[in-house]
Every structure is written in structure tokens, then in C-alpha cells.
Design a protein. Structure first.
Length: 334
């Protein structure tokens, strides 16, 4: 079994089995396009795509494998699970599929994620020796600079380090727009080292964020990033009430952690409220910076905003969310 990033796919094109993990549309499209082209060049002229859901006719998938033996064609089968998670029924279907695969069949499976427990399934173990797992998850804020550097290296482009930071800021979460602006820069400034000013003159703010990016930025006390994310969420017409609900859950969790840590260790508090290991350092830093009084003040302000939400204009709602954000980070404490 080999694990690679989607940008490394061209170095691992010799296997018959591929598992694309992650839902980034650009990385999924890029990896799948490279694989389809390569298999086509190898004589896999019949390429079948099956969208997997509760209505999928698995007998048609099995029949396509059996038809292969009759006509001696090379066939590529692509199973697209979309947003559907693996369950017991689907795992059973995949187990059966793994039993009818022949050397004339290539298989690509696209999944949002797979758990450690699911990796113990018969189909996974049966394919493991020849399986290439391709990471198609959108790079996070820490991974994105290196991803851009790798992409620029492939394109044989030279860009100032500060320009890479600018690209990260404006295109986080949107690799499609990011790769498009890089192509545009390549056309505008061929055979030149691209400067910060040249990037700045051509960019649009195309970053794509979820409410959870906003929460993480606030907990990390990254005020500039938090303001940028909130601005983008507003531009993308996210419902303010959704933000308030997510914020409320986070705030109550932190209040409970703070209260629990007064009687027990932080580790015990984290264990009690099932905080992920990779978030514990972030929460520890926040809890050390803020007192319980400010947390309750923020909760009271959130309640006040929610009560008045039916009467406030859209502009005032976003102004209130911005003020609430600052309160949460301790930047305008009452």
C-alpha cells in the first residue's frame, strides 16, 4: 500500500487500484483526470462510472466484471461515493466486488473518509498490496504554503515568499481559484520571478471557509484571520443564525472546560468533554488567557443578539457578530 498526495499522482500511475480520500473538488478532478488518461493510454477503453447511493444497482457493477472475462476487454471502474459514508451494507458490497476482480479490471474508489475500523474490511485487505491511497483533502492553513510551493515547482515558477503568503490569505480553501490565478500569473509573467506586487495586482479574495474555521481562528486569538473569515462567510451568504448556534455550542463547551478545570486537571476536563487531542493545546492557551467572567459576559451578549435578531437589520446582525467575536477574544472586554 502506498499513500500519496494528489499532486504526486503522476509518480504512482502503475497500480490497478486507487482510493481517493477527501472531498476537495480540484484535487478529486485532478487525480481522476490523470488516472483516466493513463488507463486510457494503457488500453482501458471501457471506463464505467457508478454513483454509489441507496439505489445503486450493484448487480450491474458485478456484471461488468464478469462481462470482462467473456470479451477480454480492459475496463476501468470508478465508484463515486460522493458524500455517502461507508456503512455495513456498502462494505459487504465492496467485499463481494473484491472477490470478482480480475487482472483486466482497474478500480478507482472515491470516498470522503475511511476509518481505521473500516480498513479491517475484507475488500480493503484484498486490495492493499496494490492499492494507492490518494489524499484529496483540502490543505489546511498550515499545509497550504507547502502545497503552493510544490505546485509552483511542478509549474517551474519562481515566486517571492511574501507572494505565497498573499496567495494563502486570499485563496485558502479554494484550490480551483488558486490554481487558476497561478496559471494567470504564469501567462502574464513568463520566465520571470513573480513579485508580491504582481500577485497583489491580480488577486481576488476567493478564500472559502466554514464556520468552524472562524471558531478555530477565534480560539487561537488570530484576530486578523477571524475577521477575514467572518467577512468571507458574510459574502457567501452564510445564515447568521447558523453562526450563532455553532458559536453558542463552542462557548458553552469552553465554559464547561473552565469550570471543570477549577476542580480537576485540564486533561481530566478534556477527557470528560471528549475534546480531540489535536485541539487541546489550542484550548489550553485560550483558557489560560481568559477568565470565566468574560466567558459569561460573552454568553450573555450572544443571548441578547439572538433575542434581537428578528428586529435588527442584516447590517446590525453582522456588526453584532463582529463585536461578539472581539469580546470572545478578549479584545473589547466590558
Amino acid at each position: 500500500m502506498i499513500k500519496i498526495g494528489a499532486d504526486q499522482i503522476n509518480h504512482q500511475l502503475g497500480s490497478p487500484y486507487y482510493l481517493l480520500i477527501g472531498s476537495d473538488p480540484y484535487l478529486q478532478h485532478y487525480a481522476l483526470t490523470q488516472l483516466r488518461n493513463t488507463f486510457g493510454q494503457k488500453g482501458f477503453d471501457e471506463q464505467l462510472t457508478f454513483t454509489i447511493d441507496n439505489q445503486t444497482d450493484w448487480s450491474a457493477i458485478y456484471d461488468s466484471c464478469q462481462a470482462l472475462n467473456l470479451f477480454s476487454n480492459n475496463t476501468l471502474i470508478f465508484l463515486d461515493f460522493g458524500d455517502n459514508a461507508l456503512n455495513t451494507a456498502l462494505i459487504t458490497k465492496l467485499n463481494t466486488l473484491s472477490e470478482v476482480l480480475t487482472p483486466d479490471i482497474a478500480l478507482i474508489i472515491s470516498l470522503n473518509k475511511i476509518t481505521k475500523t473500516q480498513e479491517n474490511a475484507t475488500w480493503y485487505k484484498a486490495l492493499a498490496d496494490k492499492l494507492v491511497i490518494v489524499n484529496c483533502t483540502t490543505p489546511d492553513t498550515l499545509q497550504l504554503p507547502q502545497w503552493i510551493k510544490n505546485h509552483l515547482q511542478i509549474k517551474k515558477m519562481d515566486i517571492e515568499p511574501q507572494a505565497i503568503e498573499l496567495l494563502c490569505y486570499y485563496y485558502e480553501g479554494n484550490l480551483l481559484a488558486l490554481t487558476q490565478i497561478i496559471e494567470q500569473l504564469l501567462l502574464l509573467y513568463p520566465n520571470h520571478k513573480i513579485t508580491y506586487e504582481q500577485v497583489e495586482n491580480n488577486i481576488n479574495d476567493s478564500a472559502v471557509f466554514s464556520p468552524y474555521h472562524w471558531i478555530d481562528a477565534m480560539v487561537a486569538n488570530k484576530s486578523k484571520r477571524a475577521m477575514h473569515i467572518l467577512q468571507q462567510l458574510r459574502m457567501n451568504d452564510i445564515e447568521p443564525l447558523i453562526l450563532m448556534r455553532i458559536f453558542q455550542r463552542e462557548l458553552i463547551l469552553i465554559i464547561n472546560l473552565k469550570k471543570s478545570s477549577e476542580k480537576n486537571s485540564l486533561k481530566q476536563a478534556f477527557d470528560k468533554f471528549k475534546v480531540w487531542q489535536n485541539k487541546r493545546a489550542l484550548y489550553t492557551s485560550y483558557l489560560n488567557r481568559n477568565d470565566i467572567k468574560n466567558l459569561f459576559t460573552t454568553l450573555a451578549k450572544l443571548t441578547e443578539i439572538e433575542i434581537g435578531v428578528k428586529h435588527d437589520s442584516q447590517l446590525r446582525i453582522w456588526d453584532n457578530l463582529n463585536s461578539l467575536m472581539m469580546q470572545f477574544m478578549g479584545l473589547n472586554q466590558c
